[in-house]
Write a protein of this length. Structure first.
Length: 265
């Protein structure tokens, strides 16, 4: 969420990973490879929604991959859901398999992701499985929530949620790249009460407004321009927005413009 989350919370596992990587002997014939990544963004957006209340985030992860196509990893980021009960960081655990296809420039893979929020006051963890594919510059996939709100303390995601996405990634001259994405979130329990009361707290308590239920399902889209800068990592300039749900009344649909940097080791 992530999809895909204090600096110290993310730095600790990353530094442990870096220490471990330094002890792994390099071998050209080794079937496994281990890598790490670290990054910073001015706004952490996941599926068109800010996870940091429009603030910055420090992020990092570790990945283990096998030549057969199997991979597993973990990724962490600070988060802020603008709520007193909000967790302070997100920890994702994932694994998957990328199939070898007879068609050049084609890809097909399956994955599973567990989104954990260890320090939250309530249990809002959830678990997804997914399938994705691509051909040349195009990609698409579906994620399905197999465990969530119905099984914990009332998190925002429920068993049965579906997320559909498609993307376009184009290489450009001078180590630049252009990416575009489109996604749709179809919630299993999609009704949210958006009613408001304009009177005093006492009058609203005496005569609460009638429920105004609207669908939380939403579209989102985004465009990114990035540039690889060798040992300095990759820099990006990004735009994202969502349609706000039904009638634009459910979610914050303001356009988000943010910058990012990441580096792999």
């Amino acid at each position: 969420m992530i999809a895909r989350p204090s600096i110290s919370a993310c730095a600790t596992p990353f530094l442990l990973a870096a220490s471990f990587i330094a002890t792994v002997p390099a071998s050209a014939d080794a079937p496994f490879s281990l890598s790490a990544n670290i990054g910073a963004v001015s706004n952490y957006l996941w599926r068109g929604m800010t996870q940091t209340d429009d603030g910055p985030a420090i992020q990092g992860g570790i990945d283990l991959s096998h030549e057969s196509g199997f991979y597993a990893g973990t990724w962490a980021s600070n988060i802020d859901w603008d709520d007193d009960d909000s967790p302070n960081y997100e920890l994702d655990l994932y694994m998957g398999y990328d199939f070898t296809l007879p068609i050049e420039n084609a890809s097909l893979g399956i994955n599973t992701i567990y989104y954990a929020y260890p320090d939250g006051d309530t249990d809002v963890d959830f678990w997804e499985i997914g399938i994705s594919g691509g051909y040349q510059y195009l990609s698409a996939g579906i994620q399905y929530t197999v465990w969530g709100d119905d099984d914990n303390d009332g998190g925002p995601y429920s068993e049965g949620d579906l997320y559909y996405y498609a993307g376009l990634d184009l290489p450009l001259p001078k180590n630049f790249a252009l990416s575009a994405k489109l996604g749709y979130y179809d919630f299993d329990d999609d009704e949210i009460d958006v009613s408001t009361c304009s009177g005093s707290w006492f009058s609203c308590w005496l005569s609460p407004p009638a429920a105004d239920l609207k669908s939380a399902d939403y579209w989102h889209w985004g465009v990114s321009v990035s540039r690889e800068a060798g040992d300095f990592g990759t820099f990006s300039f990004n735009y994202e927005q969502n349609d706000g749900g039904e009638d634009g009344d459910v979610w914050d649909d303001d356009a988000k413009v943010w910058v990012g940097w990441n580096k792999e080791f």
